[in-house]
Design a binder for this molecule. Structure first.
Ligand SMILES: Nc1nc2c(c(=O)[nH]1)N[C@H]1C(S)=C(S)[C@@H](COP(=O)(O)O)O[C@H]1N2
Ligand SMILES: [Mo]
Length: 359
């Protein structure tokens, strides 16, 4: 479905929610479109690019109403950026204490693409936000039935982020027209922020003094205290992505031959840089450093690899990333467990069975 690879892990078909098997992401700086995860809260709209329009309003000197052809007259910009769903790795939180009504995402709800479009900053410069504008809200037409009350998808980011050069209104992904399921004809791409802020099928941009009151900004995508009571303004709103990492290969539960074992994964720290990744062959007793690949841009994950020499029998491979501020990942999912199951950044672990060659 949606031209995805056959081995995609599909949690729901309508709305479409799917991630690739972790090994499909291994060693690839850019994720092929057929492998890129997809997260949807409502049915995928079918928007005619020739009649699509973008309205810019709110606290601006000049309201805009742009066609795609008009948008394309602004300077074209390409940014390679990683999108990570805030629910990435929720399955490991479910194992601590079950989280109901949320997709049990594995560690592959993250992908990287080359996005092309125009800078949101250039559109805002044309509209000229007024004094008092502090947030830029995005609205889309897809209606999320599970929102309370049911409503179209929306989100916002601070004006300072919206005015930075990296935030795009994109119509192309990996050199191809933006596929419908990924937000075509035009989506927002907010590099360094949780995926939820990269609003697909965007049709309205509003400058305002406060963050969006849309359900997905005001109520969902927040770290709730353990009482789990949700409501507008409750919990810590998620914006910039938090330092995270995963092991992509070998896969969890894999059998590997004794001797040197190649271990690969990603680390991602949103607006920061990953400074180091440590890998342990024994569940965190001893550590060595992985080799970090040069990232394709400041806005992408950093792939890493190392070779471990594992003794025979069961082994627990563990990793932990550090960023350029010295922050590192918490050891246990229980430390970061939260009622909606967002932002699991605990040490990733992969259990393997090391088999000695038969003599
Ligand atoms: N209009 C709209 N935009 C949306 C969503 C949505 O459901 N509707 N999902 C958000 C979430 S939670 C994520 S993680 C990303 C997923 O983008 P993708 O489907 O291109 O991977 O889109 C975001 N933008
Ligand atoms: Mo998400």
């Amino acid at each position: 479905m949606w031209d995805k690879r056959n081995d995609m892990i599909v949690y729901e078909t309508e709305p479409f929610n799917a991630e690739p098997p972790p090994t499909a992401l291994a060693g690839q700086p850019l994720t092929p479109i057929d492998t890129f995860y997809s997260r949807n809260h409502g049915p995928t709209p079918d928007i005619d690019a020739s009649t699509w329009r973008l309205h810019v309003d709110g606290l601006v000197d000049r309201q805009l109403d742009l066609s795609l052809a008009e948008l394309r007259q602004l300077p074209v910009q390409t940014v390679v950026a990683t999108l990570e769903c805030a629910g990435n790795r929720r399955a490991e939180l479910n194992a601590v204490r079950p989280i109901s009504g949320q997709e049990p995402w594995g560690p592959a709800t993250i992908s990287t693409a080359e996005w092309t479009g125009v800078r949101l900053a250039d559109v805002l410069a044309a509209a000229r936000p007024r004094a008092g504008a502090a947030h830029i809200a995005f609205a889309a037409p897809d209606i999320a039935r599970n929102a309370s009350p049911p409503q179209p998808y929306g989100a916002s980011i601070p004006l300072s982020k919206a005015s930075s050069g990296e935030v795009l209104l994109a119509w192309s992904m990996n050199g191809r027209p933006l596929p419908r399921v990924h937000g075509g004809p035009v989506r927002v791409v907010v590099p360094g922020y949780i995926g939820a802020r990269s609003v697909k099928w965007v049709h309205r941009i509003t400058a305002q003094p406060e963050p969006s009151d849309n359900y997905f900004q005001a109520t969902a995508y927040r770290l709730l205290p353990s009482d789990g009571i949700r409501g507008p303004g409750r919990g810590i709103p998620l914006g910039p992505a938090i330092l995270n990492a995963a092991i992509l290969a070998p896969g969890n539960g894999a059998a590997v031959a004794a001797g040197p074992t190649s271990v690969t994964g990603y680390a991602f720290s949103g607006e920061h840089t990953v400074a180091r990744v440590d890998v342990s062959p024994d569940g965190g007793q001893t550590w060595s450093q992985a080799t970090l690949a040069q990232p394709a841009s400041p806005w992408t994950w950093q792939l890493w690899h190392t070779t471990l020499s594992l003794p025979g029998g069961p082994a627990l491979i563990t990793a932990r990333a550090w960023d350029d501020t010295g922050a590192t990942q918490p050891e246990q999912p229980a430390t970061v467990w939260n009622p909606e199951g967002y932002a699991n950044t605990a040490w990733p672990r992969v259990q393997v069975d090391v088999r000695s060659p038969v003599r």
